[in-house]
Write a protein that binds this ligand. Structure first.
Ligand code: BGP
Length: 467
């Protein structure tokens, strides 16, 4: 039996986002974002056709939800501001109801001892900007900088931890290369331009923050999918190197080291895939931008092997030209989501940060397990989600090992607090400490919520030899 204690003041909390939790009500003044639009107009792409309207009702239920957070003992929670709620149309006018709502949320959280961690952008671009070209249009960067400045002015007194973006790779990758998110484009060069413009927007957000005079902290939240090669064969190692270069280093190096990897520039030049609109001024801004805090979202590893066939040179250029997914025999799977469960990666991520970006304060900003049909685990009115407790224990044990070896990890936020709506999967996979009954709106604590509360109270947990 080992008693795993975490550092004093460790952030124990959960994460969610505006579009996934708030929902909308008539008269709230919210404008459409790409998810409101896509879940109506491409409804068949969303599990059971559930739209953003029907999310977990945080907009109307936030007082009770903050009581629920308090009941769990969370000392911090990350959510985001919905840009299209705050600034509903192209005129740029601020929606007073949104200001009232977010100020009330952040104040109530503070009063309950829950530090609001506030993110400015979680995949949800206002539709009026998307119709003008979205993140491909440099005007969106200017609009983002104005929006960020507005948020700092309106809510700066209530928020101690700000984030510019959640998973900045996703709008580029899922929206412009892999056909998962609106606008469903499949074109590498456009994806690369979107990614670059988002990196610049991040820098402009930090610039606006520094100019605001606020003394709180600002950072960014990135998803890291650690890459593991099938074998030590040089071709497999090269495949892993390329997967890491495209999907992790491209962004990490730009944000944390101030420049894109030169090897990536060379590969993109060779294949004629470099984004065209990249100015010397933007590159200088990237080089000059520093963050205070890094959030890491971790869900799964990426196992790869050398390709077994040549890519079609006339096909769509993609990072997958350089590697193939590897299905390792015996891997532990979350079959609901079709992804591998590999807690050890959290230790590897901590080591990667220590090695490649030493000194940066960081925390686990998302980690979690989405399970389909959780109602089948209800006994005596409670979801008996022992699998989630096992998941937590396994991941926290790896994180604890890294911390005890000196990693500067400040906290752990679970995805998520109440079951919430998800991009494309809607309410298929449930992640929350509280179960949401979609039909009645009822929210009930799961067994994992009880366990998490005890974990927070003890600032640690006991791990038996067999776990
Ligand atoms: C992360 C996102 C979250 C959340 C989570 C769960 O990448 O930041 O918004 O959705 O993944 O994934 P999914 O909703 O696809 O099951």
């Amino acid at each position: 039996m080992a008693n795993l204690k975490f550092p004093d003041g460790f952030w124990w909390g959960a994460a969610t986002s505006a579009t996934q939790s708030e929902g909308t009500v008539a008269g709230d003044g919210k404008g459409d974002n790409i998810w409101d639009y896509a879940s109506r107009h491409y409804n068949n792409r969303f599990f059971d056709g559930v739209t953003t309207q029907e999310t977990s009702r945080f907009y109307t239920d936030h007082v009770a939800d903050i009581d629920r957070m308090k009941a769990l003992g969370l000392n911090s929670l990350r959510t985001s501001i919905s840009w299209s709620r705050l600034i509903p149309d192209a005129s740029g006018t601020v929606n007073p109801l949104a200001v009232q709502f977010y100020r009330d949320v952040f104040q109530r959280m503070r009063d309950a001892g829950i530090a609001p961690f506030v993110n400015l952008f979680h995949f949800d671009l206002p539709m009026y900007l998307q119709t003008e070209g979205g993140w491909e249009n440099k005007a969106t960067i200017d609009a983002y900088a104005r929006y960020a400045k507005t948020c700092f002015e309106l809510f700066g007194d209530l928020v101690d931890h700000w984030f510019t973006f959640n998973e900045p790779m996703i709008p580029a990758e899922a929206g412009y290369l892999h056909d998962r998110h609106y606008p469903f484009v499949v074109e590498f060069k456009r994806a690369a331009q979107v990614l670059h413009n988002i990196v610049v927007a991040h820098c402009r957000g930090i610039e606006a923050f520094r100019a605001s005079g606020l003394t709180s902290q600002i950072g960014i939240i990135m998803d890291v999918i650690p890459v593991y090669p099938r074998s030590q064969n040089p071709a497999d190692l090269k495949a892993a190197h390329m997967a890491d270069l495209f999907y992790t280093k491209s962004l990490n190096e730009a944000i944390l080291k101030g420049h894109y990897p030169s090897e990536l520039n060379e590969v993109l030049t060779q294949y004629g895939q470099r984004p065209e609109a990249v100015s010397a001024e933007e590159l200088a801004l990237i080089a000059a931008t520093k963050i205070d805090l890094l959030g890491i979202n971790y869900y799964r590893p990426r196992r790869v092997k050398a390709r077994e066939s040549l890519p079609n040179p006339e096909g769509v250029f993609a990072p997958e030209w350089f590697f193939e997914p590897y299905e390792m025999p015996g891997r532990q799977m979350n079959t609901s989501r079709g992804i591998e469960i590999y807690p050890e990666a959290l230790y590897d991520i901590a080591k990667m940060i220590d090695r490649d970006y030493p000194g940066i304060p960081w925390f686990v900003s998302e980690n979690g397990i989405g399970i389909q049909d959780e109602a089948r685990f209800i006994r005596d009115g409670m979801v008996q989600d022992d699998y989630r407790i096992d998941f937590l224990k396994a991941h926290l044990a790896c994180l604890h090992r890294a911390i005890s070896e000196g990693s500067h990890c400040l906290g752990y936020h679970m995805w998520t607090f109440v079951d919430c709506w998800s991009w494309m999967n809607a309410y298929k996979n449930r992640y929350g400490f509280y179960r949401l009954d979609l039909a009645t709106g009822e929210k009930t604590l799961k067994k994992s919520g009880v366990w998490f509360k005890q974990l927070i109270q003890a600032n640690g947990f006991e791990l038996t030899q067999t776990e």
